[in-house]
Design a protein around this ligand. Structure first.
Ligand SMILES: C[S@@+](CC[C@H](N)C(=O)[O-])C[C@H]1O[C@@H](n2cnc3c(N)ncnc32)[C@H](O)[C@@H]1O
Length: 217
C-alpha cells in the first residue's frame, strides 16, 4: 500500500518498537505463524493511547488469538475489565490458552458468538465502555457502529482498524471488482458517517492499514 511515501513508511515501520515486555514473544510468534493480529505500528500507537487514557472498561470486536486484548490488559488500571467478542472457535480456544499463560484470564471476558448478536444485547443491557476497538470483518463496521457509539461513554475513544482497505478505499467505483463492492461501499459509508458525527471528534490516520479514531464528548 502506498501511504505517505513507501520509503518513509518503511522507515517509520522500522522505528516502531515491539510490544512491551512479555508480549514481545507472543507478538513475534503470531506474525511468524501468519495470524491476523494488529500490525506493529498499530500496537505501538494503541500503546500510546492506552498509556495516556488508561481506560477501565474496554470492548473489543474481533479477539482472534487475543494479542490486542493482552496488550490492552498491560495498561488496565486495578479493577478494570476487557470484554472481547469472537465467533471462531479455533481462535477463541487459542485466546483462552494465551490469556491463561499470561495470567490475565480474570481481566478478560470472551463473548463467544457473532457480534451481530452480542452487540445489541450488550447495548440493551446498558453496557458502557471508555475504549472500544473494532477489528472484525471490515464489511460489518457500518452495521456494528451504532451499537458501539451507543455504548461509548462520554470522554471515551473508539478505534477501528484496517479502514483503508490497502488503499482501495480511494479507488473509483468503476475500478472496484463486483465481488468487493459491498465491502467497499460499507466502508465508505462507515467512514463518511463517522466523520460527520455530531458530539464527537473523528480522524483517520494512515497507521497500519488505516485507523479511524472517534472521541465522544
Ligand atoms: C483481525 S482478527 C482480530 C485480531 C485481534 N484484534 C488482534 O489484533 O489480536 C479478526 C477476528 O474477528 C473475528 N470476527 C470477524 N467477524 C466477526 C463477527 N461478526 N463476530 C465476531 N467475531 C468476528 C474473526 O473470527 C477474527 O478472529
Amino acid at each position: 500500500m502506498k501511504r505517505i511515501d513507501d520509503r518513509l513508511a518503511d522507515y517509520l515501520d522500522g522505528l516502531a518498537p515491539p510490544a512491551p515486555g512479555r508480549l514481545r514473544d507472543f507478538q513475534q510468534a503470531a506474525y511468524d505463524e501468519g495470524l491476523p493480529i494488529i500490525s506493529r505500528d498499530v500496537a505501538n500507537f494503541l500503546s500510546v493511547m492506552l498509556a495516556a487514557k488508561r481506560p477501565r472498561n474496554i470492548l473489543e470486536i474481533g479477539c482472534a488469538v487475543g494479542f490486542s486484548a493482552a496488550l490492552f490488559a498491560e495498561f488496565l488500571p486495578e479493577g478494570g475489565a476487557i470484554t472481547t467478542i469472537d465467533r471462531y472457535e479455533y481462535m477463541i480456544n487459542r485466546a483462552k490458552e494465551n490469556f491463561a499463560s499470561l495470567g490475565i484470564e480474570d481481566k478478560v471476558r470472551i463473548i463467544e458468538e457473532c457480534a451481530s448478536i452480542a452487540l445489541p444485547r450488550l447495548a440493551e443491557q446498558g453496557a458502557r465502555f471508555d475504549f472500544i476497538f473494532m477489528d472484525c470483518g471490515k464489511g460489518q463496521y457500518l452495521r456494528f457502529f451504532p451499537y458501539c457509539l451507543e455504548m461509548l461513554a462520554s470522554g471515551g475513544l473508539l478505534v477501528a482498524d484496517d479502514v483503508l482497505q490497502n488503499g482501495d478505499i480511494a479507488l473509483d467505483w468503476a475500478e472496484i471488482t463486483r465481488r468487493q463492492r459491498t465491502t467497499y461501499k460499507n466502508m465508505r459509508d462507515f467512514l463518511a458517517a463517522a466523520m460527520a458525527l455530531e458530539g464527537c471528534y473523528s480522524s483517520i490516520l494512515p497507521i497500519g492499514d488505516g485507523l479511524l479514531l472517534v472521541a465522544k464528548e
